[in-house]
Design a protein around this ligand. Structure first.
Ligand code: TRP
Length: 331
């Protein structure tokens, strides 16, 4: 890997099946970045256990997520693809950063508030300190850019605060990372409650489209999507459902909002919804085929993970050595 390239780091948790929101909001943007930057992409299995996971299912989803990354176009020859728990430096740095992150800072994290409301029976310390682990993920690699959805920006801000604090207490150690929220498709909303983000953990399965949903399911979910009573395909205020479908359609077809409005002028929502469903199904079909091929070959997936973990460990080791020395550990 060349050293003169900016470093990009991002991760997704293997905590559920991926939706088109994850794909359009993050993974699709990562693919473009791998051509330009030194990219490091991680399957954040350590983050996933902040909520209770069924062990066999977690293992399975971790394989699947690596396969899905690759099927979507992440090329292990062009970027580093690895599983978080394979690189112990993440846990090591997380501890040091935990000791440099304030209780008050963590208390303000909206994701913690949301998740602890949702998992009231398991508000564990890991759920609370999760942003320190995320900061470790990012800071270990001297990351310049972190492509994320808008909902993660608060964690990036905290990462910067913690990095700045560490640097000023112990001398400059970490590069100051920047969040990168993509304009297009950064936020895909729920199909049934379009004021809410599309989430793979939604109890209503009609609210999201999974990357591995079959064609009929995708079309059915689009047909059921909540819209409005205006019956006009137009991007505008108070039309959250239609705006969301237009955004999805735009992402999969490359058309602009004006082009879409023209295309469906004088036509009903039924036609439009069907077109959205077909565009999504067509767009996902090649990814699904490649995914099916890759998941048959676990040995190959494991070799990709091993190679990724080795490259990531090498980079992380440099930062870790500095950090341990600076805080006063005997090297
Ligand atoms: N917390 C992120 C999420 O829930 C996933 C994540 C973990 C991440 N570590 C990261 C994202 C580091 C960006 C950088 O979506």
């Amino acid at each position: 890997m060349e050293n003169n390239h900016k470093i990009v780091f991002s991760a997704v948790q293997p905590s559920g099946k991926l939706t088109i929101g994850n794909y359009l909001g993050s993974i699709k943007n990562w693919i473009a970045l791998q051509e330009e930057y030194q990219c490091i992409y991680c399957v954040a299995d350590m983050h996933a256990i902040t909520v209770r996971q069924e062990p066999a299912a977690l293992r399975q989803r971790t394989y699947e997520l690596v396969a899905l990354y690759m099927a979507s176009g992440l090329d292990p020859e062009k970027c580093t693809l690895f599983v978080q728990s394979h690189v112990p430096a993440h846990a090591q740095l997380a501890w040091v950063l935990n000791c440099n992150t304030m209780f008050g800072e963590l208390s303000r994290m909206t994701q913690f508030k949301d998740k602890s409301a949702k998992h009231a029976d398991n508000i564990n310390a890991g759920l609370f300190t999760y942003p320190a682990l995320m900061a470790a993920d990012i800071l270990l690699y001297q990351t310049d850019l972190v492509p994320v959805g808008q909902d993660q920006m608060q964690h990036i801000e905290l990462t910067r605060d913690v990095a700045g604090r560490f640097n000023s207490v112990y001398s400059p150690t970490f590069k100051m990372p920047e969040g990168l929220v993509h304009r297009n498709g950064a936020k895909i909303m729920s199909l049934s409650e379009p004021q809410k983000k599309m989430s793979k953990s939604d109890e209503n399965t009609n609210a999201f489209i999974l990357m591995l949903d079959d064609r009929d399911t995708i079309i059915r979910k689009c047909k059921r999507a909540v819209t409005d009573s205006e019956a006009q395909v137009r991007f505008g205020e108070g039309k959250d459902g239609i705006n969301n479908l237009m955004t999805i359609y735009a992402c999969f077809t490359g058309k602009t909002m004006e082009e879409i409005e023209k295309e469906f002028e004088g036509r009903g929502y039924g036609d439009f919804k069907l077109a959205v469903g077909e565009a999504v199904a067509d767009g996902l079909a090649p990814i699904q085929d490649e995914f099916a091929r890759l998941t048959k070959d676990k040995t190959y997936l494991e070799s990709v993970m091993a190679k990724g973990a080795e490259a990531a460990s090498r980079l992380a080791g440099r930062t870790m050595a500095k950090v341990y020395r600076k805080v006063g550990f005997i090297g």
